[in-house]
Write a protein that binds this ligand. Structure first.
Ligand code: DAH
Length: 364
């Protein structure tokens, strides 16, 4: 800008400014130009205007340089030039002030609008969780047995062969190991295939007499299908004392089922085989839906098969150092998932573990 006259220099400053200022000009003239901007863009424009002010009016601006020329122009031109510089500065300042004011007002209004809440709007209801159907059923089972004087045992899911098999009278090569095939670790542990393991832990820990139930997860090498899962829940029961007989077993299981399914529920026992009980029996109860006349749930038989039971095998008592001459007991076990599926008429027990909220919500 050096070979221009000082007046021409100031004029070209004004021109350059007007060009740069152009896109902001509408903000002060036309309110709709602002309202289409939005808060974030307005904040960016506000920073751009500040930069423009520094560029044209700051200490290092061309206008500041022109000011220094006032003393150097010919004395007869000095007053006129001084006025030109001052007038230019005033004009730029006014234009910038106006745009800044409009932007500031708009930003403030936008912020207020954004922060204000409409107290008449309906609130968003927090979604409360609830217990899983398996948990709900487990708690009902626990309540029944606690009322009958049983303790609740919660034990480990990773086991040694001793607890899962040997102590339960299932020695190595016993065929019962095959249908209870489970998941093994390389260092001799396995995921328990039955909650019967807790019979052993409970007697070791508490000694006898003992009355306990043990709900919990068990694992088997099964391919998932509508009635099988490689992980499922069982509840085990154990009662050992002097003089316990099969009558106690039948009375306990029958009472449990009456409390679960109503006072008319009939229980029946069928001879069966389990390695850890002798004699052994499976138990069924009269269908809670059709009361025994036959329906889809009981496959028209009137009976629902529920679990296994029997008198604790003397070898199981011996495995934990209890004298079978002095003590006797009964044990039983049943699948919680299966019971849950029956009670809620689920066609596929895998639904229980798919974590689909639409399904789980039905059990509140
Ligand atoms: N543990 C057996 C199973 O997983 C169920 C069972 C049967 C448990 C008879 C018992 C019992 O305590 O006496 O199939």
């Amino acid at each position: 800008m050096t070979d221009q006259s000082p007046q021409a220099q100031v004029e070209s400053i004004t021109k350059a400014f007007e060009q740069d200022f152009g896109r902001f000009a509408s903000f002060s003239d036309d309110p709709s130009a602002l309202s289409s901007l939005g808060l974030d863009a307005a904040l960016a424009e506000q920073r751009a205007v500040t930069e423009l002010r520094t560029r044209y009016l700051g200490k290092k601006s061309d206008l500041a340089a022109a000011k220094k020329l006032i003393g150097r122009v010919a004395p007869e031109e000095r007053a006129g030039f001084g006025q030109l510089v001052q007038a230019t500065q005033d004009k730029l300042e006014t234009m910038l002030d106006q745009v800044e004011l409009s932007l500031r007002n708009y930003i403030e209004a936008e912020r207020t609008a954004r922060e204000s809440i409409d107290v008449t709007m309906p609130g968003r209801r927090p979604r409360t969780g609830h217990r899983h159907p398996i948990t709900l059923l487990r708690e009902r089972l626990e309540d029944v047995f606690v009322a009958l004087g049983y303790a609740i045992e919660d034990d480990r899911e990773i086991e040694t062969d001793f607890y899962n098999f040997d102590a339960l009278n299932i020695p190595e090569n016993h065929p019962a190991r095959a249908w209870q095939d489970t998941f093994y670790t390389v260092d001799g542990f396995a995921l328990r295939s039955q909650t019967s393991t807790v019979q052993i832990h409970a007697m070791q820990r508490r000694g006898v007499p003992v009355r306990m139930i043990a709900p919990g997860r068990v694992f088997r090498r099964d391919t998932p299908d509508p009635t099988h899962n490689p992980m499922f829940f069982q509840v085990e029961g154990l009662c050992v004392d002097r003089g316990i007989t099969m009558a106690h077993l039948k009375g306990t299981v029958a009472e449990f089922l009456r409390r679960m399914f109503g006072p008319d529920t009939v229980t029946r026992f069928r001879p069966s085989y389990f390695p850890f009980t002798e004699p052994s029996a499976e138990f069924d109860f009269s269908c809670f839906k059709c009361k025994g006349s036959g329906c889809r749930i009981c496959k028209n038989s009137g009976w629902i098969e529920l679990g296994g039971s029997g008198m604790v095998h003397p070898n199981v008592l011996r495995a934990v150092g209890v004298d079978p001459q002095e003590y006797s007991g009964f044990a039983f076990g049943l699948g919680i998932d299966r019971m849950c599926a029956l009670m809620y008429e689920l066609d596929d027990i895998r639904l229980l573990f798919e974590n689909d909220v639409r399904f789980l919500e039905k059990f509140e």
